[in-house]
Design a protein around this ligand. Structure first.
Ligand code: CAA
Length: 249
């Protein structure tokens, strides 16, 4: 079957989180065959029930994205059961915030592995099939805090800045093969991750957002779906800021 006669396969990592859920829904609504990667089985089961109740029947695949072999096994399974991953959204991420002087190696290591090594692990396993078929879209979900400084996020900022470093160089390496690689850098979005920040700290942060509110998950998902499209083929190596004006440069 020719590419245009079937649905493009879009894998979203960390799909059961706030941003991931919005991305999966938007991709399905836009006609993609969206696949959800998850880490915690109990959370995924609940998510699956809620998605089905909302009319979304999305295949779920387990992998620990911080583990190279675990990702490899997931991609192999997807390849066998569904086909080549045409679109990869590296969305999985965690925070372990704290002032640097108190930051443990474990909190540094966990964030780097889950937020940055994951991007290498996933790209590494999908890139050759994308090159072989001369088509692919990779979208790395970074953060405004990879573009600027944020007290308490040395680990997260390093990982998220690193993600765009990966985007830029991988983008030029595969540009001639029909594969685009882009970064989206969301600001503060109304997800569990942001709601976990202490209320008084969050209130101070919201005061620094010129639009005057947290972003909506659908506002990020909308851009993901556009960058995933065939029509976005001339956009590569870019970093899209969606932060309500909190960081302009
Ligand atoms: N700026 C300057 N100084 C600060 C500060 C700030 N924002 N916050 C705390 N400090 C100071 C404190 O006053 C204290 O000073 P002294 O040592 O002189 O007493 C010192 O720094 C240490 O303070 P804490 O003991 O409170 O530090 P901590 O290690 O417990 O960390 C924190 C505090 C948890 C990091 C807190 O500042 C915080 O939650 N900050 C917000 C972090 C944030 O924005 N996270 C984003 C999560 S969402 C996300 O990441 C999604 C995305 O992409 C945007």
């Amino acid at each position: 079957m020719k590419k245009d006669e079937r649905k493009y396969v879009a894998l979203v990592t960390g799909a059961t989180g706030g941003l991931g859920t919005a991305m999966v829904k938007h991709l399905v609504d836009d006609g993609y065959l969206a696949i959800a990667n998850y880490h915690t089985r109990s959370k995924a089961e609940k998510w699956n029930e809620e998605m089905k109740a909302a009319g979304y029947d999305v295949p779920l695949y387990h992998a620990d994205v911080s583990d190279y072999d675990s990702v490899g096994a997931m991609i192999e399974k997807i390849q066998k059961e569904i086909g080549t991953v045409d679109i990869l959204v590296n969305n999985a991420g965690i925070t372990r915030d704290g002032a640097f002087k108190k930051m443990s190696f474990e909190n540094w290591d966990a964030v780097l592995k889950t937020n940055l090594y994951s991007a290498f692990n996933c790209c590494s396993h999908v890139i050759n099939p994308m090159i072989d078929q001369q088509y692919g879209r990779i979208i790395n979900i970074s953060s405004v805090n990879g573009q600027r400084a944020q007290f308490g996020q040395v680990n997260y900022a390093a990982a998220k800045a690193g993600m765009h470093g990966l985007t830029k160089t991988l983008a030029i390496e595969v540009a001639s093969k029909g594969v685009t690689v882009n970064t989206i850098s969301p600001g503060y979005i109304g997800t569990d991750m942001v709601m976990a920040v202490a209320e008084e700290v969050r209130a101070q942060i919201i005061k620094t957002i010129p639009v005057g509110r947290l972003g909506g998950t659908y506002e990020i998902a909308h851009l993901v779906s556009f960058l995933a499209s065939k029509d976005a083929g001339f956009i590569t190596g870019a970093n899209y800021a969606i932060n309500g004006g909190q960081h302009v440069y």
